[in-house]
Ligand binder design. Structure first.
Ligand code: ATP
Length: 595
C-alpha cells in the first residue's frame, strides 16, 4: 500500500471515528471533544506560524479572546445573530493581528517572542478592565448558535459544526503548504536573504501568516463564545497561550496532524490529572503544573518532532515527502518568459564599488562592466572580496560608496528583492537550500515571482493550474542539471556538490537575465563539472549572461570570455583568460598559489 493510500485511509478512519462520537459518548466526553476541536483550530495556525515558519507566538489566546468578546458583545448588546457575529469577530481579530503584526514582526531574535508575551498579557487585561465587556465578570447569556429554529444548546449539537470547521481549516492549511506561498512559508526559516533571492518578501509572508493564524484562532473564539455562552478574561490569558504552544510541541511542530494529536493529548491528559490528582494530594494544581513542565522538558530533549514523529520512528514509518509525485503529468502551458536584452548590450555596470566592514575595506573602488550574453569570471585568492562583490551587485549588501546599474537602471540603493525581480538570479557560496523540502519544492521556489496566487487562493485550492505550470518549470530545470527522477528526494540528503546544482536549477527557474554563480563547481566530481560546464555553455548560447566566482582555474579558464581578478579588495586585472595567465601580477597574487 502506498504511503498516500495509507494516509488517506488514516484520515478516513479519523473522520469516521469522529462522526460517531456524539452517538457513542456522553455529554461530558463530547464537550471534551469540542474543546479539543476548538484548541486544534488555534494550534493549526500555530503549526503554520511557529512550527513551519518559526515565528514564535506566546499570545494567540488573546486572538481567541478578541473574537469571542467581539461576537459576544455584538450578540448581547444588539441581539444580532451569531452568524453575523462571525464575520465581525473574524474582521476585528484580523485587523488586530494586522496592527500587532505590523508593529512586532520586524523584530528579530528573541525580541519577537518577548513582544508576543507583552500583548498576550495586555489584551486579557483590557478585557478585564473595560466596562462594556463586563470587566472581570465577563459577558453572560450569549446567544447559542442556531440553524433555523434549532438552537445548538448542547455539546452534541455543536459537535459537528466545530469538527467540520476543524476539517475545513486543516484542508486549507494542507493546500496552502503545498502551494507557491506555502513553499515561501516553508522557506522563511532560511531567512530574508534566501527569500529575497527569489523575489519573495519575508515580512509580507510572515505578516499574512500571522493574520491567517489569528483568523483560525478567531474561529475558535467565536465557537467558544456561542457554545460556552459565557466569556471572561481567564480563558484567554498568557498561560492558555502557552498551553497552545505546548499542544503544538507535543503533536509535532511542523505537522498539521500534530495539531490534532497535540490538542487531544494535552486536553485528555489534563482532564485525567484533574480527576485523579485530587484523590492523592491536596496540591493537585501544583503537581499538575510540575507534571506538564517535566513532560515539556522531556519532549524537547527526546522528541522534538512531537509524539507523532516519535511514534512513526518507533514504528519505522517513512514520512512521505510534502509534495506528492504525479506519475504522468498532463502537458501544461509553460510559464511566460521574459525577453532577454540583445547580445552585446550593456547589462551591468559597477563604478567604484566600495564596501567597508568597520575598519576592513572588503571591496575597494572596483569598477567593471558586463555585456549581455557574456560569461565573466571573478577570481582571486581567499578573502579577495569576490563574494562581497557579488553581494553588492545583488543588493544582498548595500554599497558604502560607488554605483551599480543593471539594464540601464540605477540599482545602487535598490533592495535585494527588487533586483531579483528585475532578473538577477544567484546562488550562494554557502548553499541556501531548505534541507527538509524536496528537490522539486526547492527548485520551484525559484519560480516564485513568476506566479501570482496568494495564500487565500492557495488555501481554497484555486491555484492548481499555476502550480502545475510552476512544477513543470521546476522539473524542466531539474532535468537540465541531470537530477531527473530525484525530484522528491529531500534536498538535505543530497551531497554538497549536488546541492550546488540544485541552487543553479532554482536560479534558472527564475528565468534570469543575469545568472550569478558563487563557486558552483566546488564539491563536484570531474564528470559533474563537465556537465555543469556544458550546461553553462548552453545557457550562454540561449542568451543568459553569467558571472561566476570559482576557485577551480581549469574549469573557469576554459569557460569564460573574460576574467576579472581581485586581490585584497581591489581589481588587479581584467581581460581574457590567456592574458590573465600571462599577467605577472595575477600569477604572483593568485595563480602562483594555485600552481
Ligand atoms: N559581513 C562581514 N562582516 C565583516 N567582514 C566581512 C563580512 N563579509 C566578508 N568580510 C570580510 O571581507 C573580506 C572579503 O571576504 P569575501 O568573502 O568577499 O572574500 P572572497 O574573495 O569571496 O573569499 P573566499 O574565496 O574565501 O570566499 C574578508 O576579509 C572577509 O573576512
Amino acid at each position: 500500500m502506498s504511503s498516500l493510500t495509507s494516509q488517506r485511509l488514516g484520515i478516513l478512519a479519523v473522520v469516521a471515528g469522529l462522526a460517531i462520537v456524539p452517538w457513542v459518548f456522553g455529554s461530558f466526553t463530547v464537550s471534551l471533544f469540542n474543546d479539543i476541536g476548538m484548541a486544534a483550530l488555534v494550534v493549526l495556525g500555530l503549526v503554520l506560524l511557529s512550527g513551519v515558519a518559526g515565528v514564535i507566538s506566546f499570545g494567540h489566546a488573546a486572538f481567541v479572546g478578541i473574537a469571542a468578546y467581539a461576537s459576544a458583545w455584538l450578540s448581547t448588546e444588539y441581539a444580532i445573530s451569531p452568524w453575523f457575529g462571525l464575520p465581525f469577530a473574524l474582521g476585528v481579530t484580523a485587523l488586530s493581528a494586522l496592527v500587532i503584526g505590523a508593529l512586532t514582526l520586524r523584530l528579530g531574535g528573541h525580541y519577537l517572542p518577548l513582544s508576543t508575551i507583552a500583548w498576550g498579557l495586555v489584551v486579557p487585561l483590557l478585557f478585564g478592565n473595560m466596562a462594556m465587556l463586563g470587566r472581570h465578570s465577563g459577558i453572560s447569556d450569549i446567544a447559542p448558535l442556531s440553524l433555523g429554529d434549532w438552537q445548538l444548546m448542547t455539546a452534541e449539537s455543536a459537535f459537528y459544526i466545530i469538527w467540520i470547521l476543524v476539517g475545513l481549516v486543516a484542508t486549507f492549511c494542507y493546500h496552502l503548504l503545498n502551494s507557491r506561498m506555502g513553499r515561501a512559508v516553508r522557506a522563511v526559516r532560511g531567512g530574508n536573504v534566501l527569500l529575497a533571492s527569489f523575489g519573495a518578501n519575508i515580512f509580507h509572508v510572515r505578516l499574512m501568516l500571522f493574520v491567517l493564524s489569528a483568523v483560525f484562532a478567531a474561529l475558535a473564539g467565536w465557537l467558544y463564545a456561542h457554545t460556552n455562552r459565557f466569556v471572561s478574561p481567564a480563558p484567554f490569558s498568557l498561560h492558555v497561550s502557552i498551553d497552545y504552544m505546548f499542544m503544538m510541541v507535543v503533536g509535532g511542530m511542523t505537522q498539521l496532524t500534530g495539531a490534532l494529536a497535540g490538542a487531544t493529548i494535552v486536553i485528555a491528559v489534563k482532564n485525567v490529572l484533574q480527576d485523579l490528582l485530587p484523590l492523592v494530594s491536596r496540591h493537585a494544581a501544583q503537581i499538575q503544573a510540575v507534571a506538564f513542565s517535566t513532560l515539556f522538558i522531556l519532549l524537547l530533549h527526546h522528541a522534538r518532532g512531537g509524539i507523532l514523529s516519535l511514534a512513526s520512528k518507533m514504528a519505522r514509518v517513512k514520512t512521505p515527502a510534502p509534495t506528492q509525485m504525479h506519475d504522468a503529468e498532463p502537458p501544461v502551458e509553460p510559464l511566460p518568459r521574459r525577453s532577454l536584452p540583445d547580445k552585446g548590450q550593456p547589462l551591468l555596470s559597477v563604478e567604484a564599488a566600495t564596501k567597508r566592514f568597520k575598519g576592513l575595506v572588503a571591496v575597494n573602488e572596483v569598477s567593471f562592466h558586463v555585456k549581455s550574453g557574456e560569461m565573466v569570471g571573478l577570481i582571486g585568492p581567499n578573502g579577495a572580496g569576490k563574494s562581497t562583490m557579488f553581494n553588492l551587485m545583488t543588493g544582498t549588501l548595500q554599497l558604502s560608496s560607488g554605483r551599480t546599474e543593471f539594464m540601464g537602471e540605477n540599482i545602487t540603493r535598490r533592495s535585494q528583492r527588487d533586483i531579483a525581480l528585475m532578473g538577477m538570479a544567484r546562488t550562494f557560496q554557502h548553499v541556501k537550500l531548505r534541507p527538509q523540502m524536496s528537490v522539486l519544492d526547492n527548485v520551484a521556489l525559484g519560480a516564485h515571482a513568476r506566479g501570482q496566487c496568494g495564500m487565500l487562493r492557495a488555501g481554497f485550492n484555486l491555484d492548481t493550474e499555476e502550480e502545475r505550470r510552476i512544477h513543470a518549470e521546476a522539473r524542466r530545470q531539474i532535468a537540465r542539471i541531470g537530477l531527473e527522477g530525484q525530484e522528491m528526494e529531500a534536498a538535505g540528503n543530497m551531497p554538497l556538490g549536488t546541492q550546488r546544482l540544485i541552487e543553479i536549477a532554482r536560479a534558472l527557474a527564475a528565468d534570469p537575465v543575469l545568472l550569478i554563480l558563487d563557486e558552483p563547481a566546488a564539491g563536484l566530481r570531474k564528470a559533474e563539472k563537465q556537465a555543469l560546464a556544458d550546461l553553462l555553455s548552453r545557457l550562454r548560447k540561449e542568451g543568459v549572461t553569467i558571472m561566476i566566482v570559482e576557485h577551480d582555474m581549469d574549469f573557469v579558464m576554459k569557460l569564460v570570455d573574460r576574467l576579472i581578478v581581485m586581490n585584497f579588495g581591489t581589481k588587479l586585472f581584467e581581460g581574457d583568460p590567456q592574458a590573465a595567465r600571462a599577467d605577472l601580477g595575477v600569477r604572483e597574487a593568485y595563480l602562483g598559489h594555485a600552481a
